[in-house]
Design a protein around this ligand. Structure first.
Ligand code: ATP
Length: 266
């Protein structure tokens, strides 16, 4: 039975973490680890082995947390929330997943803490220009069909960024911004509920890109986009319905930059 796959790899499955969770399928199958190299790796392994859509892997600590482009994501013990959610979207839905995940993360942080968030294109969540949440989406295709996608979300909860010089200047945490400890389980519950709500709305045809776009602080600013093949500089003018960034170069021409392995700097 596909739902059992995670049991064989989880050290301490703990379903109590999300008691009271009000979702149809996300988080009904949750596997929690005290320490793990990467929730994303375990979730991808489970997805390949046939885990149900909505199965979730979480950890108190990741020892090799990953961001995009194999960058490291710092998630020390009890300071952060590390969540990987297995989804089985259509190809159309996969293309919108980065907006769905960013919107859900922003909304859930606001709901759980009352803080105001901003989005940096395409899907970093910031508070007062500092990064509080990173998102990594990985997927596998079979031909043109999507086998699975894993949405990885890391949120700095009770993290003292000053203890981590590598991110101290550009990161923040919910406890630093609220001045109090924030409940990780409450944040997880909010996050999974919002993720499902936005995912289902998007699947039903709701224009999630509109709210996502309205939250982007990148628009109207001068940016440098490294696509791996080229570097483009100019003004981040707008985004289209697919979430691609329309960048106005200094010579007046417009270039469309698709969210993916792009690094954007102010
Ligand atoms: P960037 O935020 O540099 O534009 P990105 O969006 O391409 O990066 P992500 O995959 O979201 O990258 O995150 C990886 C980057 O985030 C790392 O390169 C590091 O600079 C930074 N980082 C690592 N751990 C944390 C953390 N706990 N909080 C905030 N930022 C972090």
């Amino acid at each position: 039975m596909p739902g059992r796959v995670l049991d064989s790899v989880a050290e301490q499955p703990d379903r109590r973490l999300i008691e009271g969770l009000n979702t149809r399928f996300i988080g009904h199958n949750i596997f929690h680890y005290p320490t793990i190299p990467s929730t994303q790796d375990v979730a991808m392994q489970a997805a390949r082995a046939g885990a149900f859509e909505g199965a979730v892997v979480t950890a108190d600590e990741q020892t090799s947390g990953r961001g995009r482009l194999q960058r490291s994501w710092l998630s020390p013990k009890d300071g952060s929330l590390s969540v990987s959610v297995i989804l089985r979207p259509s190809a159309r839905e996969l293309a919108r997943l980065f907006m769905v995940a960013a919107l859900a993360a922003a909304r859930s942080i606001e709901k759980a803490t009352g803080l105001q968030t901003e989005l940096k294109w395409p899907n970093d969540v910031l508070i007062d220009k500092r990064k509080v949440c990173g998102i990594l989406i990985e997927n596998e295709l079979r031909g043109s069909a999507v086998s699975w996608a894993v949405v990885g979300i890391g949120i700095n909860i009770n993290l003292d960024t000053s203890e981590h010089p590598e991110i101290a200047g550009m990161a923040t945490s919910l406890s630093a911004e609220t001045g109090r400890r924030v409940s990780r389980s409450e944040m997880l519950k909010c996050l999974l509920e919002e993720l499902e709500a936005v995912y289902l709305a998007s699947r039903g045809g709701a224009p999630v890109h509109q709210e996502w776009r309205a939250r982007l602080v990148t628009l109207g600013t001068r940016v440098r986009a490294n696509t791996g093949d080229s570097i483009e500089t100019g003004c981040a003018e707008s985004v289209d319905e697919d979430g691609a960034l329309l960048l106005r170069r200094d010579d007046g021409s417009l270039v469309r930059i698709v969210a993916g392995d792009v690094t954007l700097r102010a």
